[in-house]
Design a protein around this ligand. Structure first.
Ligand SMILES: [Zn+2]
Length: 263
């Protein structure tokens, strides 16, 4: 679609199909990770969320149903990472497949979509040129400031894939790719060594999810979750990575974190 046409269409959507005040209030009350956004940012986020809900297809499987508030809960978390980058970052894909709970690769509804390098029950998954698959229970556990966020995780994979490579390096417009590579690689190696050394104790001892040690793409996705959920942990463990994420996402989540309500 021509960019100007898309822009006009989106402006119309915001006017004609707004999210109800009630659904918006309930969602923002629930999601601690939205604390600290100013009024202008909140209103832009609400517009992006409206467009996201109307442009993306939600495929609900296994009898799952979602009301408006639930769709907003998912969409607002998908839009938060691109609040300053813009929704065009998500133009390359269209569909979200929702399952009620964690899913297995072999489930018939989604068989054939999943990459084969994952094993065990999944909370979310991204297909390189296709849909995002999310478990609803995992979506409900996201955004509460506890460090876990399946929606942001999968959106980070989509941002990573925007330049065609699944390598933990998204499109870097204002950041020197060499600097990104040096800082991220050295943090990844450090984290991988820690996880190896700690073995089964890693999950209990570390503040970052040991799953990040899987590969550079997972490192970027998991640390993106931490950047929005617990920026204090990311800053505390890898301040250089925090600094680069702040430049990439163009958001200062640590400053927002200081304004967070205590839960
Ligand atoms: Zn992942």
């Amino acid at each position: 679609m021509f960019a100007w046409l898309r822009k006009r269409r989106r402006e119309r959507l915001v006017q004609t199909r707004p999210i109800s005040a009630d659904a918006w209030r309930r969602t923002t009350e629930r999601l601690v990770i939205l604390d600290g956004l100013n009024q202008e940012e909140c209103s832009r986020l609400r517009q992006l969320t409206t467009i996201f809900i109307n442009e993306k297809q939600f495929e609900l499987t296994q009898g799952l149903t979602l009301d408006e508030s639930q769709k907003v809960l998912l969409a607002v978390q998908a839009c938060l990472p691109v609040l300053e980058l813009g929704l065009d970052c998500y133009n390359g894909w269209n569909t979200l497949i929702l399952t009620p709970g964690e899913f297995l690769e072999s489930e018939p509804e989604i068989d054939g979509y999943l990459r084969k390098d994952e094993a065990g029950p999944l909370g979310g998954e991204v297909l390189e040129l296709g849909p995002v698959i999310l478990s609803w229970t995992d979506v409900e556990d996201s955004g509460l400031g506890r460090g876990y966020n399946v929606v942001i995780h999968e959106m980070a994979h989509k941002l990573d894939l925007e330049n065609g490579a699944y390598d933990g390096a998204p499109l870097l417009e204002t950041i020197d790719p060499q600097v990104w590579k040096t800082v991220l690689s050295s943090a990844f190696e450090d984290f991988r060594r820690k996880v190896e050394r700690l073995g089964h104790r890693a999950e209990r001892v570390l503040r970052l999810d040991p799953y990040a040690a899987s590969d550079p793409a997972e490192f970027f996705a998991v640390l993106s979750e931490t950047f929005f959920e617990r920026p204090d942990h990311l800053y505390g463990d890898y301040p250089g990575v925090y600094g680069l994420f702040k430049l990439f996402y163009r958001q200062d989540t640590l400053a927002r974190f200081q304004k967070r309500r205590k839960k």
